[in-house]
Design a protein around this ligand. Structure first.
Ligand code: 13P
Length: 253
């Protein structure tokens, strides 16, 4: 059975104090209400990673970063490497979020290097792909997403690809309140899985968790997570509210 994962992407939100309050609320609720078959991840801003990790202690909730550098170390002011994440025992990192692609010019080749750096440091990459609205309207969304997956993941060997988590996040659904329908999500997740299967075989593709992201909320999570190829969610806005986020985590049960 594939691992189910619900990851909150806090993006650039919350003060440290607010982050601690949210984490404390989540720890109580997840322990009490969530069954053990789902991994919950909080992807926090870099300066909060260690304080939040320390706060979580041996809770079942994990912490993740939102990005890492393509370099190991050196004169790259403001950057954080996967080696540093490893040194803090951070188990997950989001790579290639559409906001990184859009605002920071990250392309498929660069993201392939970031994926390599994460894997080399035993940090699980949550690799994001997804099409903007104009591509969806043109009808070339499947081709683009396949290309994104190919460019940044298909250099990996059989063993390495199985360590990657994929997140499909249609750009038009991010922060817009406009969720993909469960059919649209399922269709694209199946396309991604088939594309991976065509290169690595279906036994390998069947092991890879593919998360859906884009306006996931408590009231649509159950339907999205019920899709055969949707193995969880990458949640932005709704992960900033403890009750809403826990309802989403519970929806996968
Ligand atoms: P929203 O859930 O706010 O649409 O954001 C999705 C996202 O970008 C998660 O990475």
């Amino acid at each position: 059975m594939r691992q189910k994962i619900v990851a909150g992407n806090w993006k650039m939100n919350k003060t440290l104090e607010e982050a601690h309050i949210l984490t404390a609320e989540l720890m109580g609720m997840v322990a009490d209400e969530v069954k053990g078959n789902v991994i919950t991840v909080l992807c926090a801003p870099f300066p909060y990673l260690l304080p939040i990790k320390n706060q979580l202690g041996n809770s079942s909730i994990k912490v993740g970063a939102q990005n890492c550098s393509e370099h190991d170390s050196g004169a790259y002011t403001g950057e954080v490497s996967a080696t540093m994440l490893k040194s803090m025992a951070i188990p997950y990192v989001i790579i290639g979020h559409s906001e990184r692609r859009q605002y920071f010019g990250e392309n498929g080749k660069l993201l392939a290097t970031k994926v390599d750096k994460a894997l080399a440091n035993n940090v699980t990459p949550i690799f994001c792909c997804g099409e903007p609205l104009e591509i969806r309207e043109k009808g070339t969304h499947e081709a683009l997403v396949k290309q994104q997956v190919e460019e940044s993941l298909f250099h990996l060997n059989q063993e390495a690809i199985q360590k990657v988590v994929v997140a499909y996040e249609p750009v038009w659904a991010i922060g817009t309140g406009k969720t993909a329908t469960s059919q649209q999500a399922q269709d694209m997740h199946a396309v991604i899985r088939q594309h991976i299967a065509a290169k690595y075989g279906s036994a390998t593709a069947d092991k890879i968790s593919i998360l859906y992201g884009g306006s996931v909320k408590a009231d649509n999570a159950k339907e999205l997570f019920a899709c055969a190829d949707v193995d969880g969610g990458l949640v932005g806005g709704a992960s900033l509210k403890s009750r809403e986020f826990v309802e989403i985590v519970k929806a996968i049960g």
